[in-house]
Design a protein around this ligand. Structure first.
Ligand code: M6R
Length: 357
């Protein structure tokens, strides 16, 4: 049932265009509005929103915060469920969105039970029908990625992001032009992801190089900052290489001290307002002699003579670029782990769902 692939991880990575395409046709094209939730998000004054999650799902939460604030003009707090459970919650939010692939993560469930006591409305985003999170929630949105066997979350992450975009689309606060822009961007996304899957040459040669490294730094800015965190998590999880993700602007506040000729930096770029600031950071890194790997839309001239490896990816609307960049970083982690002979689907010390605190 690995469908001809060597590992579930790579099989699941390849399922992503289909999963994204299928959810396009069912939910977005039909223009279905999920009335209850958009009701809450449309309240005046605006509701306070909390997002809770762990691991990869937390990274989806960070992207959701950015999108909801940018496109709906609402403010959002995102917390790691494990941290949320250990401090006093002073002002219960009207709505909490809990993102959990398995729906069984103990930290997330505990947080849901605490919030219920405060009367917060709970929305679960999960991949497993009938899971505990869905039973605790007032409303559940399923990611529909199908069973994810590999411990490393891949297709469930992009499917979570897809649900988050659907959530935005269902909200009457979203302006018409952003609705149209996002709808189009999502429609074009599956073939862009397929484009990444069909062109793995640069990714594989870069993975060969990374396999010889003892530490890797990932950086991003704006929407792609959480993707830098996710890329680092994937690499440490499946290839056991110490990897750290940073907001690019934070490098000079400390992590730049780590940068050296033997510490490569993987930079995740988009074509947006953060682009010039990213290039400035890349120049600072270059001066320190660190090998630079840039993941960027095809034809980014700013990188010529700057990056040692350029992994060009298809052009997409920047709003959905995290999904595409995530796929590149999943492949990078997978092939690095493959080079190193790691037990990719079942990394040491980890379990698919973490049902203890
Ligand atoms: O099932 P959940 O989404 O609640 O799981 C959260 C994390 O345990 C999970 O995302 C973990 O970080 C992954 N193994 C990362 O690939």
């Amino acid at each position: 049932h690995k469908g001809g692939y060597d590992h579930f991880m790579i099989k699941e990575i390849h399922e992503q265009p289909r999963i994204i395409r299928e959810s396009n046709s069912t939910s977005i094209h039909s223009g279905v509005k999920d009335a209850e939730l958009s009701g809450i998000l449309s309240l005046d004054p605006p509701p306070s929103i909390l997002i809770l999650a762990c691991g990869t799902s937390y990274h989806a939460g960070l992207i959701a915060k950015y999108l909801v604030e940018e496109l709906l003009g609402l403010s959002v707090n995102v917390e790691l469920a494990s941290e949320f459970n250990y401090h006093r919650h002073r002002t219960p939010e009207a709505l909490a969105i809990v993102i959990t692939q398995s729906g069984e993560t103990a930290d997330a469930l505990l947080a849901m039970r605490r919030l219920r006591e405060h009367g917060t409305k709970l929305l679960a985003i999960t991949n497993v029908p009938g899971c505990t999170a869905s039973r605790l929630a007032d409303e559940t949105w399923y990611t529909g990625a199908g069973p994810e066997i590999s411990v490393a979350a891949t297709k469930s992450f992009t499917a979570q992001l897809k649900v988050i975009y659907r959530l935005l689309l269902s909200c009457s606060r979203l302006e018409r032009r952003d609705f149209d822009r996002l709808t189009l961007a999502l429609r074009l996304l599956p073939s862009a992801i397929q484009g990444v899957l069909d062109n793995q040459l640069e990714i594989r040669s870069c993975a060969k190089y990374l396999a010889s490294c003892s530490g890797v730094i990932f950086i991003g800015r704006g929407l792609n900052y959480p993707i830098a965190l996710e890329g680092a998590l994937k690499l440490k999880e499946v290839a056991y290489i110490p990897s750290q993700g940073y907001a690019a602007g934070e490098l000079k506040h400390g992590p730049l001290a780590l940068v050296s000729k033997t510490t490569p930096v993987v930079a995740v770029l988009g074509r947006d307002t953060t682009h010039d600031a990213m290039l400035t950071t890349l120049r600072e890194i270059k001066v320190r002699g660190a090998p630079l790997i840039a993941i960027a839309p095809k034809g980014d001239d700013g990188l010529d003579g700057l990056a040692d490896y350029i992994i060009p990816r298809p052009e997409v609307d920047n709003l959905v670029s995290p999904m595409l960049n995530a796929v590149v970083l999943q492949l990078l982690a997978y092939y690095t782990a493959l080079e190193l002979g790691c037990p990719i689907d079942m990394p040491r010390n980890l379990a698919k769902s973490v049902t203890v605190e």
